[in-house]
Design a protein around this ligand. Structure first.
Ligand SMILES: [Mn+2]
Length: 262
């Protein structure tokens, strides 16, 4: 499958520095320490960052913007909004779990929804951002699922179903994909697909960017290839046996992983 970015060569979103990048927080009421750590990071971001990018799978799952009214999601939105009101730009990109997150939540959070991929211009660097699932092109079953579930009409049909039914479908899909993300499974290394070098190279070339930042694979690293540098963000979990949460920062001195943000 070929990757066709929606934001090719030309325009790039101008972003003030320092910019912070996080993804795959999988926020859910069942992980209170992860939420607390996120709130702590927002406090620090208000002091130290000018832009915050949340590159998908922010929530464990999202079946429609009525979820904005849930006390948990409302609290998260309120925190983000406070950050935005303190002058930090807040950007959200969809992941494979929360791709139905819409304008209603974004407005409540004072955030801007970005297409996947998006090219930014920050601290003199051109960088392409993606959640990363579209780069895992070897997983044909998932790519088919992605292809259909990103169609507007399919989403409209799904969103017209009663909320309880949508929640049931989401739970079933989660159980299918990773046996319900029990704690033991969350602490184990990921056993699903990684990005393919061809998809990464194609995206870097099409974006005319020497750097890519993505999440999704839960394999935090910095990779170099002839096409450019690829930063992979960590997922967040402060509630399990293998605590992890990190922020990637881009400023005038380049990229750096901020230690001990949680
Ligand atoms: Mn993901």
């Amino acid at each position: 499958m070929t990757v066709t970015p929606s934001t090719p060569g030309a325009g790039a979103l101008a972003v003030p520095a320092p910019a912070w990048f996080i993804s795959d927080l999988h926020l859910t009421p069942g992980m209170p320490r992860t939420l607390a750590s996120f709130e702590h990071v927002l406090e620090r971001a208000a002091q130290e960052a000018r832009a915050l990018f949340i590159l998908g799978d922010f929530f464990e799952f999202w079946v429609g913007d009525e979820e904005t009214d849930n006390p948990f999601a409302a609290q998260v939105a309120a925190r983000l909004r406070q950050l935005a009101q303190r002058g930090v730009k807040v950007y959200l990109m969809h992941g494979n779990r929360d791709f139905l997150l819409g304008q209603r939540f974004a407005r409540a959070a004072g955030a801007i929804l970005l297409p996947d991929p998006t090219v930014i211009d920050c601290a003199g660097q051109r960088v392409v951002l993606s959640h990363g699932d579209m780069l895992c092109t070897d997983d044909e079953r998932y790519m088919r699922f992605r292809h259909w579930t990103r169609k507007r009409w399919v989403q409209r049909v799904f969103l017209s179903l009663p909320l309880t039914l949508r929640l049931r479908v989401a739970r079933r899909l989660r159980a299918d994909s990773e046996a319900g993300r029990t704690q033991a499974r969350r602490d184990a290394p990921p056993d699903y697909g990684d990005t393919t070098p061809q998809a990464v190279a194609a995206l870097l070339r099409a974006s005319h960017a020497p750097a890519l930042v993505h999440g999704h694979t839960h394999r935090p690293a910095r990779h170099e290839s002839p096409e450019g540098v690829r930063w992979v963000l960590t997922d967040w979990d402060l509630d399990g046996k293998r605590p992890r949460a990190a922020v990637l920062q881009l400023d005038a001195s380049g990229f750096s992983v901020l230690p001990q943000v949680g």
